[in-house]
Design a protein around this ligand. Structure first.
Ligand code: ARG
Length: 463
């Protein structure tokens, strides 16, 4: 990057050079060069429109388009020299265009401003990123569906308050994360509708005196519609805030999931192991194999929330129309996009790296009297009101704790159980098994292995 005191495209009314601190303070090219591809895309469409409305000739338009394509090649192959003196990606590219084709290049900025240009660039960029993130969500979902299929009948302890509550199937547990990710995906699709609207043509703030054809530009660039108010179009960034809110929710879900993976992998539980390739070690404790990947996902979540807060705050005091504050939208947006994408990639890998310790899950599911609700339901089915059944089973559990017993058949005799209610008969032991407990919850949304299989069939069609 150079900072030679190049003549500014806006320099006409200035008699002195820009202070070098001001140049550094105001530049955005060090980061907005990421938008170069979209800036050129927008410029090409704009030139084609200027030709259509006869503001430039066919020959001029093709010279501009060809030169822009060459500039893009130079940028892609890292040969382009960016200059902070030229402030941002827009002026760097425009200036390179003028260097190549002279006066014709100077015509490109007719009927537009950097204000509608940058709003267009960000929308084009974000639209692509939303599509890529959507694909990455699908990959995580596919990995989860595969694991859930394999473990549709594997039993684990379901928790509330981090206490054993009722047995659930591991497949059912994994599908809970699929549901969350599907909502994340639909939020992104919804946000995409509001991203995919063309601001170009709004010019600096009021529109332009030229007879522009905005629908033509929208068609070339694949926008669904054009913005309807120039002041709004150059200034608001609500579509970016919406994206960051959707990204924050993706991170919130991945962060919650990370907490579980760390918990499952802890030696206390040993419900799962992660392939060596997806763990890291300790520099002092030779025995360690740590789940750093989910921990980093959990840690990165705060940064994306921060990006959302930054953009909300950026917008909250801005009067109409464009203000330079808006230049500060990009770094947070880019940061959030990068983090969300890398964390989704991490999750596809992590899910595939999981190996399940079914025995540890099963044993943990036995603990904590996890079939106590099934016993209460059994009494209710035999005519006892639920509150009374709850009371009876509470007494059973108290007895079990005092006598260091569990609800397992080999631990507890029928005669012991019968003392608590004359409704209890030999068939009680069928419902007190973990298998009986999960299989009994056989309705839409329930944890039974049959339901898990049905849900997987339904979900596979959605991905
Ligand atoms: N670099 C600016 C931004 O990112 C766009 C240029 C608009 N600048 C201006 N002085 N009107 O928002």
């Amino acid at each position: 990057m150079t900072s030679k005191n190049t003549k500014k495209p806006w320099g006409g009314r200035f008699s002195g050079p820009t202070d070098s601190f001001v140049e550094q303070f105001t530049e955005s090219v060090s980061y907005d060069q990421r938008l170069a591809h979209y800036d050129i895309m927008g410029s090409i469409a704009h030139a084609q429109m200027l030709e259509k409305i006869k503001v430039i000739s066919k020959k001029e338009s093709s010279e501009i388009v060809n030169a822009l394509k060459e500039i893009e090649k130079e940028i892609q192959s890292d040969r382009f020299v960016w200059s902070t003196a030229l402030e941002d990606v827009h002026m760097n590219i425009e200036s390179a265009l003028v260097d190549r084709i002279g006066d014709i290049g100077k015509k490109l900025h007719t009927a537009r401003s950097r204000n509608d240009q940058v709003a267009t660039d960000i929308r084009l960029y974000l639209r692509d990123e939303v599509d890529e993130i959507t694909l990455k969500i699908n990959e995580v979902i596919n990995a989860l569906l595969n694991l859930a299929e394999e473990h549709h009948g594997t039993i684990m302890p379901g928790m509330t308050h981090m206490q054993s509550a009722q047995p659930v199937t591991f497949g059912h547990h994994l599908l809970a994360w699929v549901e969350m990710l599907l909502r994340d995906r639909s939020r992104l699709q919804d946000c995409r509708k509001r991203i995919n609207v063309l601001p170009l043509g709004s010019a600096a703030l009021a529109g332009t005196t030229f007879p522009i054809d905005r629908n033509y530009v929208a068609k070339i660039l694949g926008f669904d519609e054009v913005t309807q108010n120039s002041l709004d179009a150059v200034s608001d960034r609500d579509f970016a805030v919406e994206f960051l809110a959707s990204g924050s929710l993706i991170m919130m879900h991945l962060s919650r999931f990370s907490e579980e993976i760390v918990f499952w992998m802890s030696q206390r539980n040993h419900f799962i192991d992660l392939d060596d390739a997806w763990c890291t070690g300790s520099s002092i404790m030779p025995q360690k194999k740590n789940p750093d990947i989910p921990e980093l996902v959990r840690g990165k979540t705060g940064r994306v929330y921060g990006d959302l807060m930054a953009l909300l705050t950026l917008m909250k005091s801005q009067p109409l129309a464009y203000n330079r504050d808006n230049q500060e939208d990009k770094e947070n947006l880019f940061n959030a996009v990068d983090i969300v994408k890398s964390c989704l990639i991490a999750y596809t890998g992590l899910i595939s790296a999981i190996s399940v310790n079914q025995k540890a899950m099963y044993e943990a599911a036995q603990a904590g009297f996890s079939t106590a609700t099934d016993l209460a339901d059994y009494l209710v089915a035999k005519g006892l009101p639920f509150r009374d059944a709850h009371e009876v089973v509470g007494k059973v559990v108290q007895y079990l704790i005092e006598n260091n017993k569990t609800l397992k058949k080999d631990d507890m005799s029928l005669s012991e159980l019968e003392k608590f209610s004359n409704l209890i008969e030999a068939d009680v032991f069928d419902i007190l098994t973990l298998e009986g407990s999960v299989s009994a919850r056989d309705h839409i949304g329930g944890t039974s292995p049959t339901q898990v299989k049905k849900q997987i069939t339904r979900l596979k069609k959605q991905v």
